[in-house]
Write a protein that binds this ligand. Sequence first.
Ligand code: BGC
Length: 446
Amino acid sequence: MKEKNSAYLLLASVVAALGGLLFGFDTAVISGTTPFIQPYFGLNDVGLGWTVSSLLIGCIVGVTLSGKPGDLFGRRNTLRWAALTFLLSAIGSALAAKLWVFVLFRFFGGIAVGTASMLSPMYISEIAPGARRGALVSLNQLAIVIGILVAFFSNYLLAGTGVDNWRWMLSVMGLPALLFFGSLLFVPESPRWLVQKGKVDEAFDILRRINGADRASSELNDIKQSVANEEVGTYREVFSKELRPLLSIGVLLAVFSQFSGINSIMYYAPIIFQKMGNQTNAALMQTIAVGAVNLTFTIVSLKLIDRWGRRPLLIVGAVGMAVSLSVMAGAFFLRYFEGYLILVFILLFIASFAVSIGPVSWVVIAEIFPNRLRSKAMSVAIVSLWTSTFLVSLTFPVILDRLGGGAAFSIFAVMCVLLLVYVIFRLPETKGKSLEELERILLKRS
Ligand code: BGC
């Protein structure tokens, strides 16, 4: 009998995290294509804003749609469909000759991103033992960040390939999409989903390979109890008084992660650097520095999340974000852009996000909800996340243009102070416990 196998668990988590890589790539790739698609499709600024946002609308739809197949056909099987949808979107948007075709295939890409943003962390949290869940779910965030960086680089390398350069930039995604599909053939289904479907032996076998035989029996009993002949829950229960405290944790962390302003920097970094008077080339180098710091501090977070816990990381991160955003706002108000001051504080902001709410938002959303309500409750939290992303990315350029960077960064700074207060006074610690232990503790508390 094969006992406890860490490599097996890591492999399954890495494969699921490829969904995060595609998520990061697909959301960031558009930034390099905009200078070329704008003239090609004859778009004004508003038209461009909507064309770019078509993906985010797809994400909202994808999250809403993926809960049901995730419950019916399994997390892994639904992720396979998402992988194929990524492929379809890459090919379709790269070949588009008309705007509506382009928008339609980007929208499909959004459906895949939305699905992956929900089912990849869900799958990992359901397969991971409590003591390592934080780090393993954070692999998904690590993959998102790598996907963003790969998109920045690949856009940069492909920019000089002629009039079809934007088509090449978009088609690159086909490769990781194929890899994602292929590798999903080799990973097991989520044991918690299998128990829900009555496939207890199969679930036990997977738990045994992950945890060893002793631990597997007790985990299986816990899962069986939590699922205990009950039907998968309804949305009415998700919004019930009993679940409300947990739902508000998920929704608030999702919304705070976006209203920290992270994507105003991720998607618009070159524009911000140019507004500060930099040349395009320097702006590009600085954008790559943003990606590299993001990656480095996500790795730091991964090391700390199961040791320090979620709360300390969030507290350190919220303080760092509030301070750096306030300095940035001040510099914009005073028009003081000398030397590397702003760059240093932008990087401090990114580091603070990457070490805290970046990964922690996804980890907590994937672990706080009871087994039978998880997919529905997660979808509510993640729809809030994508709606916030959509609102911030649509309004940021307008706020920057009409009210200036000072106002924009002040709003984000206030949000980070609110996050800090919320974490200190309301957020429970969730590190180290099995999902079933959390279910007992959190539901009793709420
Ligand atoms: C957020 C994304 C963001 C990324 C940046 C993720 O946690 O959900 O919106 O672009 O972090 O690293």
